[in-house]
Design a protein around this ligand. Structure first.
Ligand code: SF4
Length: 330
């Protein structure tokens, strides 16, 4: 209880920086598990060696759901991106008599200053509640390696799939090594994320393990959960982040803001680029993340904010793997 644990890069699976985006959304991943089960059922019973083939339900082996949550006293590893997104989920889990550990593996967050702000606040929140907190190494080199070739993707594109896959694979690996029954992620609470993309990554990571730990598919975005999320954020006066997390989302958020005449993102300090620096008014804060604002951003992002060659122009001639540090200007 209240322990601060670590997970070092040397302990993490090497595949985290080499694999590319592979998950294909919740429905596809669940269907894949159904198909595997059906294929097994259809296999001839003698299997060629006289042994009977035992039927399996791969969906139940890979996921917990709304109707079939982890049983009381299960150990749940909650991958968390920040304190505001973890509060309501954590409360919901405790109300179900689950033993929660918060797992902070977010090598996507850039720059380091923003990473430290989000991590330290989440750690303080865990300590206040006597919850174990796993402080993973800042693994940003692996993240950039895995994202190679995806810098120009808009949010919700292939880069985000790879980003969720990477974080879920590492979460699942830790959960397996440390005897957890289930894992899930706070990314599933945010309207800024594509829920199917987030959960698809979780299901695929669990599918590679079978039988435990399982990914927990749950409706974390109900009105009640969202309301509670903002209430806790106001109670605790959490830091209000202004972009998803990676350098590319920072770039795109600032582009969009400039077009809307909104001041650009400010990292740290007591003044935000937009609105208040800390959560202060649950209703107003929720409005800033309203469906209209989210939809408007993604509509503009789809066509690269009105200029489909904008990003090529920005990165034209830039180098990041040049022979000398001076030549690198990515
Ligand atoms: S926009 Fe967010 S989810 Fe997508 S790659 Fe960047 S940090 Fe990851």
């Amino acid at each position: 209880k209240g322990l601060s644990l670590t997970y070092e890069v040397g302990e993490m699976p090497e595949s985290r920086y080499s694999a590319k985006a592979t998950s294909k959304g919740t429905l596809h991943e669940l269907q894949d598990l159904e198909d595997l089960s059906a294929n097994l059922r259809a296999a001839p019973n003698n299997g060629g060696d006289g042994k009977e083939v035992v039927a399996r339900d791969y969906v139940s082996e890979a996921v917990y759901t709304q109707e079939r949550p982890p049983p009381c006293d299960s150990k749940v590893l909650l991958h968390s991106c920040c304190a505001p997104c973890s509060g309501a989920m954590f409360e919901e889990m405790v109300s179900k008599s689950l033993h929660v550990t918060i797992f902070f593996y977010n090598p996507n967050i850039h720059p380091r200053k923003e990473y430290d702000i989000r991590k330290n606040e989440n750690k303080r929140y865990a300590e206040q509640h006597g919850v174990p907190f796993v402080d993973c190494d800042y693994d940003e080199k692996s993240w950039f390696t895995r994202m190679e070739g995806l810098a120009l993707d808009p949010e919700r594109g292939q880069r985000c799939t790879a980003c969720f896959d990477m974080r879920m694979e590492v979460t699942a690996a830790y959960a397996l090594e440390n005897g957890f029954h289930a894992f899930t992620t706070t990314n599933a609470t945010s309207r800024w994320k594509d829920k199917s993309q987030v959960n698809g990554a979780g299901v695929l990571a669990a599918k590679k393990i079978l039988v435990l730990p399982r990914y927990w598919l749950y409706e974390w975005q109900t009105d009640a959960m969202t309301k509670r999320k903002y209430e806790i954020s106001v109670e605790k006066r959490f830091y209000k982040q202004e972009y998803c997390g990676c350098s590319y989302s920072l770039r795109d958020s600032n582009t969009w803001r400039k077009q809307q005449g909104i001041p650009t993102v400010r990292i740290g300090g007591d003044t935000a680029g937009l609105g208040t620096r800390y959560f202060e008014d649950a209703e107003k804060d929720a409005e800033e993340e309203s469906q209209e604002v989210v939809d408007s951003f993604f509509k503009d992002a789809e066509n690269q904010f009105g200029d489909e060659t904008r990003l090529e122009k920005v990165y034209e001639g830039r180098k990041k793997n040049a022979g000398t540090a001076e030549e690198n200007n990515w």
